[in-house]
Write a protein that binds this ligand. Sequence first.
Ligand code: NDP
Ligand code: GDR
Length: 349
Amino acid sequence: MTSSASMMSMDATDQTGCLKMSAKRALITGISGQDGAYLAQFLLNKGYEVHGLLRRSASADVIGSRLRWLGIADDVTYHDGNLTDLSGLLRVMEAVKPDEVYNLAAQSFVKSSWQQPLLTGSVTGMGAANMLEAVRIACPDARFYQASSSEMYGLIQEPVQSETTPFYPRSPYAAAKLYAHWMTVNYRESFGLHASSGILFNHESPLRGIEFVTRKITDGVARIKLGLQDKIALGNLEAKRDWGHARDYVQAMWLMLQQEQPDDYVIATGRTVPVSEFCRLAFAHAGLKMEHHVVQDERFMRPAEVDVLLGDPSKAKRKLGWTPETTLEMLVAEMVDADLKRLKRHEHL
Ligand code: NDP
Ligand code: GDR
């Protein structure tokens, strides 16, 4: 997709006065999350020097099990920092001097955003503004990626959502992401930053957090298969989502930053199915029937729902040459198999 030279950056001159080529440096916020782990793996494979921002945790497992699961925990350089603390972010930018910055950190669970609206605004919204400021002040030549979200479309006015579809956020999370999205556009237009925004539709993997519906289902199916539980309690089974694989989607993030001009792109599969269909596929993969095991529970319903999301990735295909490689059926099978394996080995994520 690119020559090895493009993975190198010009650094200081050496003793003979020649320009030294060194590995490109990437800084990833949210390195301990699902996308951070896959993106780190992808960039390491491309020869990047990968740096990750980690917020301090009192738990012993500060580096995170996802990076360990991928076998790359020791290949990343970690920096203490929090998206809400601009001075710390500035220090990290100055220390790393990244060529590319991927802002993936967020309070990313939509349901929690009604319980913690201000924290969500502060991290998911203002946190992105802090990152943009840190880049503008400390490394204005760095290329910047903002993790925008299909949740910004919310109460949809168009059956298929593209880069030109109007936004209508339906949760504190979506409102915060919309602020971050427009700040990214504004910093691009006001200060000439190479800042791009990926409007990513739901993407999942064996590394997905257990609170999200897909992983809750595949973990539940694996437990039922192994006789560890009998039921899965879910909320709205009718909601439709356009689900892809995180491994495919992090490639699109990188491709955006390789373009001469920064821009915004929808990243999606172009297929949407209800939660019930994801469920059916997962149970069927394990040789089970969902009707025997799924119960509905009010606790998992939301104050406002996004009923259907369906993305049009044609701009990404045309301009980035990006297409998803993993079908929904492949995704479901990989997730169920990974959860079965994990439970048999008594591993936790
Ligand atoms: P995760 O929830 O798996 O990861 C979120 C990351 O953000 C974690 O590393 C978390 O650290 C970190 N984080 C949270 N708060 C702070 C903070 N105050 N300072 C620094 N780091 C913080 O999310 P995903 O990997 O799934 O998603 C990545 C990004 O993409 C998010 O911004 C999400 O909103 C967005 N997005 C995700 C989509 C998806 O379907 N996955 C779709 C569209 C957008 P810790 O481990 O300490 O909690
Ligand atoms: P979402 O993902 O809100 O789309 O945000 P989630 O998996 O939480 O919900 C998807 C849909 O499933 C319905 N649902 C349930 N959801 C959860 N979590 N638990 C349940 O028991 C349950 N039952 C039904 C929900 O109501 C919803 O309609 C994800 C996050 O990764 C965001 O950060 C990202 O921006 C968007 O995807 C795109």
